[in-house]
Design a protein around this ligand. Structure first.
Ligand code: DGL
Length: 272
């Protein structure tokens, strides 16, 4: 595989851009092809079968873009479809759940870890499974926070409404005495400040997006697949594809990534 080939990253919509942002920061030479499934978002309230079918279509699309590795930036897709995606791919695939779980185990001192995410991610118990596979004495407390995604998409990142809802969702986790909390959804790193205010300084917040980019860098290093040549600033460096509402995607993307995203191409993902 050509080491200058791009990394394929996908998510149910805009949230995976928090993972793209970390990849851009940590391995800036890498080219990226991003797909956001803006026509079919949210994944967090859909069934495993549906999310797996959507993910398989996106993987087929990304493989056609000749990517050298795939990052499943969506926690819900990582929770539901990782086995299927790995079976279908001859190229390396990284999800966000394993790196997030591993970072939480490293961070906790009292062995009590909280996880917040979509209903699907929390219901799947995937974080609990990964954590307890590595440390069976760890206790994991999950809490679905479905309103966080629309709050982020409405831009209410620093707003009393977000703090109020965070307080309602997170109070049971505060009471349970966790010292580490995994932000197990693509959107949550964007309201990290609100979550931190509610949880207090004694709780370490783990951002799986950061850990995933770190693991990707390590994987590319080990496999000798890092892009050694600095790509130019041409349009080919980062390419964005969506299944709907490209203008809205571009606006959101530019609010969180400093690169200056000018275009996103709409494709019909059902054809893949
Ligand atoms: N990207 C999803 C996740 O990380 C959140 C949005 C959705 O429900 O699709 O789980």
């Amino acid at each position: 595989m050509n080491s200058s080939a791009p990394i394929g990253v996908f998510d149910s919509g805009v949230g995976g851009l928090t993972v793209v942002r970390e990849i851009m920061r940590q391995i800036p030479n890498e080219r990226i092809v991003y797909f956001g499934d803006t026509a079919r978002v949210p994944y967090g309230s859909k069934s495993k079968e549906t999310v797996t079918r959507y993910s398989a279509q996106i993987v087929r699309f990304l493989k056609q873009q000749d990517v050298k590795a795939i990052v499943v930036a969506c926690n819900t897709a990582s929770a539901y479809a990782m086995d299927e995606i790995e079976r279908e791919s001859e190229i390396p695939v990284i999800g966000v759940v394993k790196p997030g779980a591993k970072a939480a185990i490293d961070a906790t001192k009292n062995g009590r870890i909280g996880v917040i995410g979509t209903e699907a991610t929390i219901g799947s118990q995937i974080y609990t499974r990964y954590i307890q596979e590595q440390d069976n004495s760890a206790e994991v407390m999950g809490k679905a926070c479905p309103l966080f995604v629309p709050l982020v998409e409405e831009g209410l990142l620093n707003d009393p409404v977000t703090d109020e809802i965070a307080m309602r969702y997170l109070s049971s986790l505060i009471d349970s005495g966790i010292d580490t909390l995994i932000l197990g959804c693509t959107h949550y790193p964007l309201i990290r400040a609100a979550v931190g205010r509610v949880m207090g300084e004694g709780v370490t917040l783990v951002n799986p997006a950061y850990e995933t980019a770190r693991e990707l860098r390590e994987l590319l290093e080990t496999e000798d697949m890092l892009n050694r040549s600095k790509p130019g600033l041409g349009v080919d460096r980062y390419r964005f594809f969506v299944s709907d509402a490209a203008e809205k995607f571009i606006r959101f993307a530019n609010s969180i990534i400093k690169y200056g995203i000018l275009s996103a191409k709409i494709i019909n993902i059902e054809e893949y």
